[in-house]
Structure formats: structure tokens, C-alpha cells
Design a protein around this ligand. Structure first.
Ligand code: NAI
Ligand code: MG
Length: 497
């Protein structure tokens, strides 16, 4: 039996996992919350609680921020880049050593299929590996001021960084924020979503085991209102990386204004996948299915709008429907094609979108209903759903559903497809499927999105900057550009003769 089989057997027998931490992580150790309050995390595949965790409040947040402040001022900002690099590198290895525990935990917390959790954990390890290599390459510039002056710049760490993490990619989002922040010399207070608190807590311990000094990375669990809000308003926080809904993003940005705290906002999307007649159809079909059904569509960058040329639209969608019908729903630990959605509240939200569309007479060509795990009759599932020929001004084409619901829009020609793709309040990502090199790159220029995927949706990795335009937010994570979010440039100009 593999390690993950052991963990799954333990969960099936006891309904929980013995290795899960239960307190906040502050100053290098798990600690109990100041008022002893707790909440439960629910397994979306069963709709049942499986473990408790600390419900943090403003006092816990203050303790964590003070700890991060002290660690920044006294230790981490002056730790050599080479030493930071060694710690991040070691963390990457420890994440892989703990792949099974992290992935099984992620699946129980979030619901996602175990194979996707495994991919997310490997991606998290890769983020630490990538930024480990960048710590000692944060070079500044020198400025040509003539013989009497010396001008140069230094990239200094911004200070204490707060990371507000959503429930759809808990360990991935934590890693893509923590790794560059720590690489740049910042300290961290992370607040994972209350639906998925555990992998961030486990990651903090692994960082500590890798040699990260106490206080450099603290994790506070709890709700957005009780733990998130006091964190983003804390005067000792210098920077906030927020990933989540547009509504909460606005609140965070307004709060940040009071202390002039820096923000990176990674918000929602309604990303188009443009499929042109001349594409490789098999490649496009596989791409479109993955773009909407991975993590049951709960991805800010999901390809939730198929914008397809009319002449191939019907046959293409027939094939999508055929393949969608074969997808197996199930508990994440059973490695299904499609897992549950994260919460009952979220399931009801998705169902609301589809019910309203049905009452408007929408052409739902497959799926469209709430479902359950066929093995147990439990869990919060929504059938993989395709809605054909949706007008551009319909709610289904405009709003982020954040579920396995694909909206199909028909285009007369490539120009019309581009217009439909851009007719959107969001601008996170866009996919293009075509075999014409020039069309692909012209369209890549004309689409308003932070990133464009050509002939492979979700292509690229930690090397590629990621972030949104329009209501999808601003600032970039990942890549070397992501590192700059955690640096402030200091220019020095000196008269030397
Ligand atoms: P949310 O944006 O409220 O939650 C994201 C994170 O923000 C969580 O850690 C939460 O505890 C925290 N938070 C909430 N209120 C806060 C506040 N006032 N100050 C600081 N932190 C706060 O999103 P929620 O309620 O979980 O989901 C609502 C909808 O948002 C979903 O149905 C989905 O459509 C969308 N969403 C989009 C995500 C994305 O990656 N773009 C991720 C999660 C949700
Ligand atoms: Mg949960």
C-alpha cells in the first residue's frame, strides 16, 4: 500500500486524519487560539465535518503580525539571499516528501479529485524550487550620472506581507504567494480560507523544518470577518496579496487605503476559449473540457465561455456533450473525473444560475442539475453542464459561476469571436485554438486579458506571470515579475567628487 492508501484507509475508518494540526502557527509552533474558539472543516465529498481548527480573532492576528514584524526587523531582512535560497530549496523537497499527506488533506478540505491535489502539491513544490533560485539574483541597476556622481538601485523587501487565500487552490495559492515573498526577504502572515485551512498550516511547519526562523511565516485560521479583516487592516502589515471574489477584493482594497498598504488583487474571471474553424479539433475538444471541468470549474481562470465559429459549433458541441456524459462523478479520494463543489452554499449559488437560465428558456444540452456521489448518495455535486448558444448579454455569459457550467457563444467569423471574447467585465485569461500562426498572435495582442493560452489551455507554469485586467484585478504573481511585488526599489544618488 502506498502512503496515500494508508491515509485514505485511516480516513475511511476514523472519519478524520490524525496528523492534522489544530492551532494557528505562530513563532514556529502550533498554538491554541486566544479565546479557544474552534470551527469545523467539512469534506465536500460527504458533506460532513472531518476535523476542527482554530477560529482566530483580532487578538490572534495581532500576535501573528507582531511576530512577523519582529522576525522581519531582527532576522529575515538581513538573512543572506543564499541562506534564504537554501531554506526555500529544502522546503520544496519537504513538500514532495509529504506529497501524500498534503494531497489527501487538500482533497478532504476542498473536495477536488486526488490526482488534481497531487498536481497542486507538486506545483507548490515547484514554486519554492523556482523562487529558491531567484533569491540571490535580485540585482539592482546603476544609473549614468556622469563622473561626479554614483547612482544605483537596491531591491529591498517590502516588509510584513499578508496573504489572503481562497478555498479553490489552497496550497497552490499559498505557495505562489509565500515563496516569492520569502525569497524577497519579506515575512508572512497567511490566512487560508475557512473552508480549507489545513494545507497552509502544514506548509508553515515544513518551512520551519527546512530552517525558516521562527516568526518569518505565521498562519492564522478563521473566517474572513474575524481573522481576514483584522489582518488586512493591521497597521504593521506592509503588503496584501488577496485572491478571491471581486466583492471581498473591493473591501480589502478600501481597507488597505486607510494605511496606504500595497495590494495585489487576483479576482474573478469569465474567460473565453476562442475556437476557430481551422483548429486541430481533437486538441481543442480536450482543451475546452479541461478548461471548464478541472476542479469542477472552481478556478478563477476557468475557460467558462466557449466562443466558437458557427460553421463548426454544433458538431463540436455534440462531441463535447458525448464526452461530458462519460465523466464520472465521485468523492475526491476515489479519483473521479469530477469532484464535488466546495460547499453547500456554493452549490446553491451554481444551481441558482442554472435554474434562472432554465426559466429564461436556455438550451441546456447536457447536465444542469444538482447531483451526489453515486457510491454514497452524499456530497455537494453539480452535473457537468453545457448551455448552447447563449446571447452575449445573458447573465450566463456575463457572470462568474465558478462551477462546471460551460456557456457556448456562436461567432460569425474570427473578428466576431474577438469582439465576443472582449465583451466582458473581466480580463483574466483567454484561450485561442487555431492552426494559423498569424491569427493566433494577432488575436493574442487584441484580447484584453492578463494571459493568453494558444492551443493548450492552462499552458505554462510558475515561470509565467499571472494576473488580471479590468475587474479581474491588478498586479502580477508568478515569474520574476511576481517577485517584484514583494520588493521596493530604493534609488541612491551620491555626489562623489
Ligand atoms: P471570498 O473572496 O469572500 O473569500 C476569499 C478569502 O477572503 C477567504 O480566505 C476569506 O476568509 C477571506 N475574506 C473574506 N472576507 C474578508 C474580509 N472582509 N477581509 C479579509 N479577508 C476576507 O470568497 P468566498 O465567499 O469564499 O466565495 C464567494 C465567491 O467568490 C465564489 O462563489 C466564487 O465565485 C468567488 N471566488 C473566486 C475566487 C478566485 O480565485 N477568483 C476564489 C474564491 C471564490
Ligand atoms: Mg472543507
Amino acid at each position: 500500500m502506498s502512503r496515500s492508501d494508508d491515509l485514505i484507509a485511516e480516513y475511511k475508518k476514523t472519519g478524520s486524519l490524525g496528523l492534522l494540526p489544530s492551532g494557528h502557527f505562530i513563532d514556529g509552533a502550533y498554538v491554541t487560539p486566544s479565546h479557544g474558539s474552534r470551527m469545523d472543516s467539512l469534506d465536500p465529498g460527504k458533506g460532513e465535518a472531518f476535523a476542527g481548527f482554530a477560529a482566530g480573532n483580532a487578538d490572534d492576528v495581532d500576535r501573528a503580525v507582531q511576530s512577523s514584524r519582529k522576525a522581519f526587523d531582527t532576522v529575515w531582512r538581513d538573512t543572506t539571499p543564499a541562506e534564504r535560497s537554501r531554506i526555500l530549496w529544502k522546503t520544496s523537497q519537504l513538500v514532495i516528501d509529504n506529497l501524500d499527506l498534503l494531497a489527501v488533506t487538500e482533497t478532504l478540505d476542498s473536495g477536488k479529485p486526488l490526482q488534481e491535489s497531487m498536481g497542486d502539491v507538486r506545483g507548490a513544490a515547484r514554486a519554492f524550487e523556482y523562487y529558491a533560485g531567484a533569491c540571490d539574483k535580485l540585482e539592482g541597476d546603476s544609473f549614468p550620472l556622469g563622473p561626479h556622481y554614483l547612482g544605483y538601485s537596491i531591491h529591498e523587501p517590502v516588509g510584513v506581507t499578508a496573504h489572503i487565500i481562497p478555498w479553490n487552490f489552497p496550497i497552490s495559492t499559498a505557495a505562489r504567494g509565500l515563496a516569492p515573498a520569502l525569497a524577497a526577504g519579506c515575512t508572512v502572515v497567511a490566512k487560508p480560507a475557512e473552508q480549507t485551512p489545513f494545507t497552509a498550516l502544514l506548509l508553515a511547519r515544513l518551512l520551519s523544518e527546512a530552517g525558516l526562523p521562527d516568526g518569518v511565516c505565521n498562519v492564522i485560521t478563521g473566517t474572513g470577518l474575524d481573522a481576514g479583516a483584522p489582518l488586512v487592516s493591521h497597521p504593521l502589515v506592509d503588503h496584501i496579496t488577496f485572491t478571491g471574489s471581486v466583492q471581498t477584493g473591493k473591501t480589502v482594497m478600501k481597507t488597505a487605503a486607510d494605511e496606504i498598504t500595497r495590494v495585489v488583487l487576483e479576482l474573478g474571471g469569465k474567460s473565453p476559449v476562442v475556437v476557430l474553424s481551422d483548429c486541430d479539433h481533437e486538441q481543442a475538444i480536450t482543451g475546452v473540457l479541461g478548461a471548464i471541468y478541472e476542479n469542477a470549474g472552481q478556478i478563477c481562470s476557468a475557460g467558462s465561455r466557449l466562443v466558437i465559429e458557427k460553421d463548426i459549433g454544433e458538431a463540436f458541441v455534440d462531441e463535447l456533450v458525448k464526452r461530458t456524459a462519460k465523466l464520472k462523478l465521485g468523492h475526491g479520494l476515489d479519483k473521479p473525473d469530477l469532484g464535488p463543489v466546495n460547499s453547500l452554499e456554493h452549490l446553491n449559488k451554481i444551481n441558482g444560475f442554472v435554474e434562472r437560465a432554465r426559466s429564461r428558456g436556455a438550451n441546456i444540452v447536457t447536465g444542469g442539475s444538482v447531483a451526489s456521489d453515486p457510491a454514497t448518495g452524499k456530497g455537494w455535486f453539480f452535473e457537468p453542464t453545457i448551455v448552447f448558444d447563449v446571447p452575449g448579454d445573458d447573465e450566463l455569459a456575463k457572470e462568474e459561476i465558478f462551477g462546471p457550467v460551460l456557456t457556448v457563444q456562436l461567432a460569425d467569423n474570427p473578428e466576431h469571436a474577438l469582439a465576443l471574447a472582449n465583451d466582458c467585465q473581466y480580463g483574466l485569461v483567454a484561450g485561442i485554438y487555431t492552426s494559423d500562426f498569424s491569427t493566433a498572435h494577432q488575436m493574442a495582442r487584441q484580447i484584453d486579458a492578463g494571459q493568453v493560452y494558444i492551443n493548450e489551455y492552462f499552458a505554462g507554469g510558475i515561470e509565467v506571470p499571472f494576473g488580471g485586467n479590468r475587474k479581474s484585478g491588478f498586479g502580477r504573481e508568478k515569474g520574476l515579475e511576481g517577485l517584484k511585488s514583494y520588493c521596493k526599489t530604493k534609488s541612491v544618488a551620491a555626489r562623489i567628487t
